[in-house]
Design a protein around this ligand. Structure first.
Ligand code: PSU
Ligand code: MN
Length: 294
């Protein structure tokens, strides 16, 4: 595991560090915006007093913290493998590159001693999972790894109530940041209530400390709603038409998400992309503040 010297020094001195995932760069945002956004996320973490540690696999080595040239290569390629935890051994053994999901990033961040992680949205339970069993490995991994992950909930293309049920079963603590309902990525609220609300970075830090004292094994998800959400009618229409189009075109399984996301980006004249970038930067800001409060 190669830890960037700046990250290593911050961890050794107990200064705030924020882990960042690389799947969002390689697969979650369209080129060329992805490189600009990846740099902005790191800059926002720095501006709020923490050291960013973007995590990825480069030539068969785990990197905790990337140099700018590595960020550029990840953003440019278009062919970097999307790595969950189960993919890490194969990609490492083959000496290849890999972009880490929320699951793999959480796993590696914990091994490096990083306690706070910022991302856009978590993976979750897919619509139709009762027959397909398609549930993101993010959920099971967050049950096992004890990290604080700041996100804007999960996308409405997933089954949000089912995702929250699974997080409950898995003993993952879910905190609403300034909200009593779970956010739905592009939308401020999914309408699904959540039990615990916090209103400050210190409030989150208090929960994280108590988590350690009581020995709760799972992660803490901080669900931070977007302040300027997408127009709800536009969102609902694009989602409904996208689901219909996917069914009509016979798109199934792992192809459904990329299909729907592409439709969001092309059918909202960039509004969904703007929302996506804004929420990621807000999450990076909050994660840095939480890391500082710890
Ligand atoms: N949700 C988003 N944007 C993303 C992802 C999820 O809104 O880029 C990525 C994250 O890296 C997440 C992964 O961990 O997709 C989940 O994929 P899967 O459902 O295949 O586990
Ligand atoms: Mn899946």
């Amino acid at each position: 595991m190669r830890v960037k010297p700046e990250v290593q020094e911050a961890l050794a001195a107990g200064r705030p560090v924020v882990a960042l995932e690389s799947t969002i760069i390689a697969h979650g945002l369209p080129r060329p915006d992805n490189l600009r956004v990846a740099r902005e996320i790191e800059a926002v973490v720095r501006a709020h007093g923490a050291v960013p540690a973007t995590i990825a696999i480069l030539a068969g080595e785990v990197h905790i913290g990337l140099e700018d040239a590595a960020l550029e290569a990840l953003a440019a390629s278009g062919e970097v493998a999307k790595c969950g935890v189960r993919d890490l051994p194969a990609v490492l053994a083959r000496g290849e590159d890999g972009a880490t999901t929320v699951a793999a990033t959480s796993h590696l961040a914990e091994r490096a001693g990083i306690r706070v992680f910022a991302t856009g949205g978590l993976g979750g339970v897919h619509r139709g999972a009762a027959s397909t069993f398609d549930e993101s490995a993010d959920l099971g991994t967050l049950a096992r790894v004890g990290i604080c992950v700041v996100c804007a909930g999960v996308k409405s293309i997933l089954d949000i109530p089912a995702t929250l049920e699974r997080l409950e079963t898995l003993n993952v603590t879910v905190l609403g940041y300034g909200t009593d309902t779970f956010p739905a990525f592009y939308l401020q609220s999914s309408g699904v209530p959540i039990t615990w609300r916090v209103d400050s970075p210190q409030g989150v830090a208090d929960v994280l400390r108590a988590r350690e004292e009581v020995g709760a094994p799972g992660s803490v998800v901080v669900a931070n709603p977007l302040d300027e959400p997408m127009d709800a009618d536009l969102h609902d229409r694009v989602l409904r038409e996208g689901l219909e189009a996917a069914a009509a075109a016979g798109v199934t399984g792992r192809d459904v998400t990329p299909f729907l996301l592409e439709r969001f980006h092309s059918q909202t004249e960039g509004e969904s992309l703007r929302a996506n970038v804004r929420l990621v930067l807000r999450n990076a800001t909050l994660a840095a503040q939480i890391a500082a409060a710890l």
